[in-house]
Design a protein around this ligand. Structure first.
Ligand SMILES: N[C@@H](CCC(=O)N[C@@H](CS)C(=O)NCC(=O)O)C(=O)O
Length: 307
């Protein structure tokens, strides 16, 4: 089987979610470091325009968004399961809280606190990605409101962890990953994280336990080598019609797919397979030949291609 290649950068909380999943599953993987801001010239040939972090590559199959990446890791490497003690639906629905409400509160708190130290190119890039100014002074002003949100959310994590050691009991899984990556980001970046987390003894101890899970076995890889892997491989995704598709999409249809929140860059290709939770499209580019790019459905828009 082809190696797991993660395209990411160390400071990315969403990449941390995947790194910890690789740790839970004890997997070996290759790490390609990508830039924190556009341009990402060695990533675009693989994704066709999707620019967010992380992206997972296995041969000529490219998985965008942590929902899609974690589902695929679970499919290929089911033991130990990320869904011990939860259903997939419970864990995935919880990620809409952690990845949106919890993440947004922590982004505002973190960048409100350290915003004046951010490079101009980062602010410009995130303004373009979000379609609105990345306004550090507004974030600073909103910090008290976000502390109220975070307080409610940390009260939830205390209650979720309960007697522990993990949210669903003895084994760490998706429920832990959801809450962990955002609080990891708070702890890593916010200068006041210590006092913010201090009243939450269960959450603080659980964060330490999550750290000890580690990231599996990582070996670095050059971006050019990852592109060669894609060029020399053939996608293993089989064409499959989705009988429940509400719009009657069929393999071979030309579609565009993009996130519905930020980084809305349409990726165009030919439908290979889809379901309630995934859409896989084939596209080709000179540097990598044919690749199949996979996206989740929740939080993504799938439209007929204009060409
Ligand atoms: N829904 C996405 C969110 C990913 C995301 O927002 N990642 C951040 C970094 S943690 C990002 O892409 N920032 C811009 C960039 O890296 O170019 C997922 O679950 O993967």
């Amino acid at each position: 089987m082809s190696e797991i290649i993660l395209h990411h950068y160390p400071a990315s909380p969403f990449a941390q979610k995947v790194r910890s999943a690789l740790g839970i599953k004890g997997l070996s993987w290759r790490s390609v470091k990508i830039p924190m801001v556009m341009p990402k010239p060695d990533l675009m040939p693989l994704t066709g325009g999707y620019r967010k972090t992380p992206v997972m590559q296995i041969g000529a199959d490219i998985y965008c968004d942590t929902q899609c990446i974690l589902r695929e890791l679970e499919r290929r490497y089911p033991t130990p399961s990320l869904f011990t003690g939860t259903t997939e639906g419970q864990a995935m629905a919880m990620s809409h809280w952690s990845d949106k409400a919890l993440f947004s509160a922590v982004v505002v708190l973190n960048f409100g606190a350290i915003g004046e130290h951010l490079p101009e190119e980062f602010i410009k890039d995130r303004s373009e990605m979000g379609g609105a100014p990345f306004d550090v002074s507004r974030m600073k002003a909103a910090a008290p409101l976000m502390l109220d949100q975070l307080r409610a959310f940390l009260d939830w994590t205390e209650s979720m962890i309960g007697d522990g050691p993990f949210i669903m009991g003895d084994a760490a899984g998706m429920a832990d990953l959801n809450a962990f990556h955002v609080l990891w980001f708070l702890r890593k970046q916010h200068p006041g994280a210590g006092p913010i987390l201090e009243p939450y003894a269960k959450t603080s101890a659980w964060l330490e336990r999550m750290d000890t899970i580690g990231h599996g076995t990582m070996a670095p890889m050059d971006a050019a080598d990852a592109l060669d892997v894609a060029r020399d491989a053939t996608s293993t995704t089989e064409a499959a019609e989705d009988p429940g598709d509400p719009s009657g999409r069929k393999p071979g249809d030309r579609l565009t797919v993009m996130p519905d929140d930020t980084g809305r860059v349409p990726v165009t290709g030919e439908l290979v397979s889809s379901s309630a939770h995934h859409v896989a499209i084939r596209r080709s580019e000179e540097r990598v030949g044919e690749v199949v790019v996979h996206f989740p459905r929740a939080g993504f828009r799938v439209l007929p291609a204009r060409d």
